[in-house]
Ligand binder design. Structure first.
Ligand code: PLP
Length: 384
């Protein structure tokens, strides 16, 4: 029998993160600082709104685009946060930020288009660009720049075939942010070269020290941005699978078509929960952010104490320490750490070649678990 599967899909590597979790599930007594998932329960009033919606009989499809009340709330939210005015035909409720990223890429990228992905990056971007026949053009970001994208790096990556760039600040896996001045410096280049910007701002609520600035809010940018956000990280709602995207009407029209045919609509109870989150969940976000910040400071202090260099990340819930001095590849380091100390962290090269020499450590865990993890890591590095 012939191989029925697609050559393109066969050519895509499975996520390097999954490999570690699969392995860990075979080892007893593991602790994980590997996951990209908040450890808090979804705030009770949000869960109640979701479950109430079911009991009240809201078990049907909603409009393809999402419930009108939720669309309105999302538009009000971005208006309040960034002064951005989107019309109702420019918003779409999706199955997580994940679906929004997929729609953006599928609606806009054609075979042969180059898409710039600054790396280390979230694992889905290169795979999705490849799936539609786009050409991934990576920019290896530098630890000395705190993994921010510089104008020179951007300029150097652009060719006549470049159609788009995918930005993700605050960033997974580095925890880097781009402040207003950093964004201001790259905006004229994006406009001059007429690039589409897919801006994944899923960690927008998790910044420490300064408020997040959206690149869509700069003059001339809203019309070239596909803005992606969601409820997973800010409201600790990963399993609800709810996100959203905002884009100019002409782009959104194409994204909605894919969503219509492939998904129909985002899950109805999750939409009710999201409505409650946007209307009454701000205090929960603030409380979780303050808690993350305490953990972040604790972990930075601990890395300093045990002598592993780490730049200070100001967003998301990740640290990206440098372990290149131990004479092992990131993957070897993580494998041995797992085998010897039963601690899971993710090798930096899972996020692109430029992540080699680093590990991703998530601090979305209770302080006791973080402390235990550090103890294991310290024992490991003393031994090697
Ligand atoms: C940068 C980034 N974008 C998107 C997602 C997907 O999130 P969602 O749960 O909203 O699909 C994640 C999840 O880890 C992420 O880290």
């Amino acid at each position: 029998m012939k191989d029925f599967t697609s050559k393109v899909i066969r050519g895509i590597k499975p996520s390097g993160i999954r490999k570690f979790f699969d392995l860990a599930s075979t080892i007893e007594g593991c602790i994980s600082l590997g996951v990209g998932e908040p450890d808090y329960d979804t705030p009770a009033h949000i869960t109640e709104a979701g479950s109430r919606s079911l009991i009240e009989g809201n078990t049907f499809y909603t409009s393809n685009q999402g419930m009108p009340a939720l669309r309105q709330e999302i538009r009000s939210w971005v208006k309040k946060k960034y002064g951005l005015d989107y019309e109702d035909n420019e918003v779409l409720v999706t199955v997580g930020g994940s679906e929004a990223i997929d729609l953006a890429i599928r609606a806009c990228i054609e075979p042969g288009d180059e898409v710039i992905i600054p790396q280390p990056s979230y694992v889905a971007y290169p795979a999705e660009v490849t799936m539609v026949g786009g050409i991934v053009k990576t920019i290896p970001l530098q630890a000395k720049n705190e993994f921010r994208l510089t104008p020179a790096e951007l300029e150097a990556a652009i060719t006549p075939k470049t159609k788009a760039i995918i930005l993700n600040y605050p960033n997974n896996p580095t925890g880097a942010i781009m402040e207003k001045a950093d964004l201001e410096a790259i905006v004229p280049i994006l406009i001059e070269h007429d690039l589409l910007v897919i801006t994944d701002e899923i960690y927008s609520e998790l910044t420490y020290g300064s408020n997040h600035v959206s690149i869509a809010s700069f003059p001339g940018m809203k019309e070239r941005c596909i803005y992606v956000n969601g409820f997973s990280k800010a409201f600790s709602m990963t399993g609800w699978r709810l996100g959203y995207t905002l884009a100019p009407a002409s782009i959104m029209k194409q994204m909605i078509k894919i969503h219509q045919y492939v998904i129909m609509c985002a899950p109805t109870p999750a939409q009710y929960a999201a409505l409650e989150a946007l209307r009454h969940g701000q205090n929960d976000v603030v409380a979780m952010r303050e808690d993350y910040d305490d953990r972040r400071k604790f972990m930075l202090g601990e890395f300093k104490r045990i002598g592993i260099p780490c730049f200070e990340p100001k967003g998301a819930f990740y640290l990206f320490p440098y372990i290149g001095n131990y004479g092992k590849s990131s993957e070897q380091f993580c494998l041995e750490l797992l085998e010897q100390e039963k601690l899971i962290v993710v090798p930096g090269n899972a996020f692109g070649d430029s992540g080699e020499g680093f590990i991703r450590v998530s601090y979305a865990s209770a302080v006791e678990e973080l402390a235990d993890g550090i103890e294991r890591l310290e024992r490991f590095i003393k031994r090697i």
